[in-house]
Design a protein around this ligand. Sequence first.
Ligand code: FAD
Length: 380
Amino acid sequence: MASFLMVGAGLSGAVIGRHLAEAGHDIAVVDARTHIGGNCHTERDPETGVLVHVYGPHIFHTDDAEVWDYVNAHATFLPYKNRVKTTSRDPEGALGVFSLPVNLHTINQFFRRTLRPEEAHAFITTEQADTSIADPQTFEEQALRFVGRDLYEAFFKGYTMKQWGCHPSELPASILKRLPVRFNYDDNYFFHRFQGMPEQGYTAMIESILDHPRISVTLETVFDRSQAGDYDHVFYSGPLDGWFDYELGRLGYRTLDFERFTYQGDYQGCAVMNYGEVDVPYTRITEHKHFAPWESHEGSVCYREFSRAAEPGDIPYYPIRQVKEKALLSDYVARAETTPGVTFVGRLGTYRYLDMDVSIREALDTARAFAADLGAARTP
Ligand code: FAD
């Protein structure tokens, strides 16, 4: 049997490692951090006892029944719907709290109307949308074309500028693909069939995935490429450009800073409150105890979230994937494809934003294809 190294104890490394361990191989997992779980890591806040999503809020949602069964085999999932609120100013300049994604409630509250679905659709598409924009090229043009200036400025512009650090006129129209508005009162952020939250958090779930006699986990260990030769193959879920020592340049990321504060009682009444105003420096506040409404905590812990361009040494969160980065990415991908003995996996290894269910799906597919190739190579 072979021995494999997983660089990274996040979902990608854990799921691939587990599959290959079950096929009888020895798996060493290393992670630079003090904990497993990657960016899905959850831990108890020592002061309040609240389960905290350390690297930002994570809600599990999928249409993939096999992935849903997989996570349910490793954790008890409780029903959870993501219902996001946002502060913003209405057309008269009054500050209010509105429902996201923009839905019939948001529209009626914002414009002080009592429109029914078809009336709201007609109002937005004929009275608000800027139909003079025939072929939108930028995010801003696309938003103006779809929803008009009032909704764009209140709900899209400020948040986008803070999140991406640039004006929406510098972002491609493709970011807003469809009419980003619902003409009913559905405020469930995701459309997926299966949604929930692991009762004991994601780290407990990933601990269960890694709990196999053939898997060993070593934390606080930065992978060194000279170790690769000790294994039959490496699965690398670290940054793609990092593997190549950033020789061609750095792939751009946005990073996040979290400013923690505590509160006695209920600070904001929901898990996630966005701040649409451009003059508020943070994008949102997460109040973690609302992710586990089945728990009871007097104290509360909240994170104010700030977004900025990642510098070397920062945690890479969101790949920027603009024209410049895509060109550099294709150069690194060309190198990766001709590098033997390693498979680049996960959100950092492939430089893509991947939801958890997609990370698991891709990890299962990668592990299966690899195991099949291994079997074929052994068949005389
Ligand atoms: P990671 O979780 O990043 O794990 C990679 C691991 O590799 C890390 O632990 C890192 O320390 C380690 N590593 C890297 N380089 C090295 C090295 N050289 N040596 C040793 N160790 C190394 N998905 C959802 O489905 N729902 C959500 O609500 C959601 N919210 C999100 C919010 C934010 C802010 C972000 C950024 C992502 C969110 N996601 C969400 C996506 C989710 O975080 C990813 O799908 C998941 O983390 C991918 O797992 P991974 O194993 O590929 O990567």
